[in-house]
Design a protein around this ligand. Structure first.
Ligand SMILES: [Zn+2]
Length: 152
């Protein structure tokens, strides 16, 4: 697969993970991984009795040219070959993160403009796709403390 350009990389944020965990807590009352405490399971890859419980697994993938990274997952990891397997709950988290992601989001950084004003530079791809000009007026509508829409 072709390596995506930087502006296409989406790293799942802490807020998104919290949202997913909140949704999961509602759907799934079990709090602990059923694999917790497991040591010396047989590794499906290298066949050694070296699969241990782990709560720091990382999921990483490139989907439709986007990189998605999820940390802090639970499951088992092989001490010998580093193969990892997610438990059901973490598999569910991965599925939901991939489903709930708003497609076509553009990451940008909030910068300081001086005084108490903050600014956001529109990524090149956004400018190319939108019908906008410099000095044009735009309206910002606040939907919640963490969500806003810009209308031009
Ligand atoms: Zn192994």
């Amino acid at each position: 697969m072709e390596r995506p350009r930087d502006e296409e990389i989406h790293v799942v944020t802490k807020e998104e993970m919290e949202e997913v965990r909140r949704l999961l807590a509602k759907a799934d009352a079990r709090k602990e991984s059923p694999l917790k405490g497991v040591r010396g399971g047989i590794c499906p890859v290298c066949n050694q009795p070296t699969m241990d419980y782990a709560d720091d697994l990382v999921y990483e993938s490139y989907r439709t040219g986007e990189r998605v990274v999820i940390t802090g997952l639970t499951g088992t990891r092989c001490r010998n070959c580093s193969d990892q397997a997610y438990d059901l709950r973490s598999s569910g988290i991965i599925e939901r993160v991939l489903e709930e992601r708003v497609p076509g989001g553009y990451e940008c950084t909030i910068t300081t403009l001086g005084g108490e004003r903050l600014g956001i530079y529109l990524p090149k791809d956004v400018v190319r796709k939108m019908d906008i000009e410099p000095r044009q007026k735009a309206i910002i509508k606040l939907l919640s403390r963490r969500r806003m829409v810009i209308e031009v």
